[in-house]
Design a protein around this ligand. Structure first.
Ligand SMILES: *Cc1c(COP(=O)(O)O)cnc(C)c1O
Length: 362
């Protein structure tokens, strides 16, 4: 069986964790701070703040920007449900916008119509490791005096015009869940260039304790990352560019070898570098996606749907009663007909060709 995703650590990764565990300094040692400065170097952001997971980082981002009851936050209708959940949890209202069929990213031309005096931010998603049209969206945000926040959970290593994902908006959020390119089991990161914002995030992350004065300066949470998780991430970060090149090579083989006209392959502009967290294809309506998943499983290939059309999942359907099929046709199709196929550095050439071959036979 070729699984959809695979996590593999090197002996060096494990040694790094062991060293921290043996030191006894499990939290608030030097590993988290070192990871944060290395993450700044990698992304080009001025400040990086490590947190307990990607959802915690989105939550802190909204809290720190004072987004709450009475505010509206524009989000893409196709993403992992966490993007909408954090907006709900702070008491704000998510406003859904359809996505492009080719890139699965928010359709820029549909944003302006959703902006009103309650709109506080656009929380975009750099879906599956591909940057949204961030510069165009930033211009819309600047013109309307609203925040641009980036859910970059899947987009570590992704760039647009040479700039790393998460650095175009006021802040960017990353996840280190096992489904992402590097992992600490659970883990997350927020990046920003705004010092005051960074200090508030650090304060909120650590029980409201101000990082400079050490006073309990506000009501906060405990969203800290442990030092052994940070050590595991630091070790993987050292070889991240090699892993990223492997992912790109595999994606390029898929793009040239999958020739079945019933499958819509991912498509993107040349000014963007895809990080290929997920290789996501959309099946023609003549194919039943769930039957295809079952068929491929019988062929020894693990696949799954890629993300949700969020207004279609139970909570959002009951609360907002939106007809996704007519309001968000592309997101709806991506949810019903989308298929994520295996892509990870350990995938062997013959496995890649076998997968492409089986997809061509559909
Ligand atoms: C994975 C993911 C999250 C959640 O990250 P966790 O670390 O699992 O909490 C949020 N948004 C998107 C787009 C994701 O892919």
């Amino acid at each position: 069986m070729i699984p959809l995703a695979r996590v593999e650590f090197t002996d060096k990764d494990l040694k790094a964790v062991e060293n921290v565990l043996r030191s006894g300094m499990l939290v608030q040692g030097s590993q988290v701070a070192d990871l944060e400065s290395e993450f700044c170097k990698y992304t080009g952001a001025k400040y990086s703040i490590a947190v307990s997971n990607g959802t915690a980082s989105l939550h802190l981002m909204l809290l720190t920007h004072d987004i709450g009851p009475g505010d509206e936050v524009i989000i893409p209708s196709f993403s992992y449900v966490a993007t909408a959940n954090v907006v709900e949890v702070v008491g704000a209202c998510p406003v859904f916008v359809d996505t492009f069929q080719n890139s699965n990213n928010i359709d820029v031309d549909r944003i302006v119509a959703k902006i009103n005096e309650k709109t506080k931010a656009i929380l975009i998603v750099n879906e599956f490791g591909l940057c949204a049209d961030l510069f165009k969206i930033r211009e819309i945000c600047n013109q309307n005096n609203i925040l641009l926040l980036e859910d970059s959970a899947c987009a570590m290593g992704a760039t647009i015009e040479g700039k790393h994902s998460g650095t175009i908006g006021q802040s960017g959020s990353f996840s280190f869940h096992p489904r992402k390119a590097i992992t600490s089991g659970e883990g997350g990161m927020i990046i920003t260039d705004d010092e005051e914002f960074a200090v508030r995030i650090k304060t909120l992350r650590n029980h409201g304790i101000h990082p400079k004065t050490n006073s309990f300066s506000m009501a906060g949470l405990n969203y800290r990352m442990t030092d052994f998780q940070a050590a595991l991430l630091r070790s993987q970060l050292e070889c991240f560019d090699t892993m990223l090149s492997k992912r790109t090579e595999i994606a390029e083989v898929y793009l040239s070898k999958i020739t079945n006209p019933k499958l819509l392959l991912p498509n993107y502009e040349m000014n963007k570098k895809h990080s290929w967290q997920t290789f996501h294809i959309i099946l023609e309506d003549s194919l039943n996606r769930d039957e295809v998943i079952q068929h491929l499983k019988e062929k020894g290939i693990g696949t799954n749907y890629g993300a949700q059309c969020i207004p279609e999942v139970e909570y959002y359907k009951k609360k907002y009663k939106l007809d996704s099929k007519s309001l968000f046709p592309n997101a709806y199709r991506a949810y019903m007909q989308g298929l994520a196929i295996p892509l990870y550095p350990q995938l062997k050439s013959e496995e890649i060709l076998y997968i492409a071959d089986e997809l061509n036979k559909l």
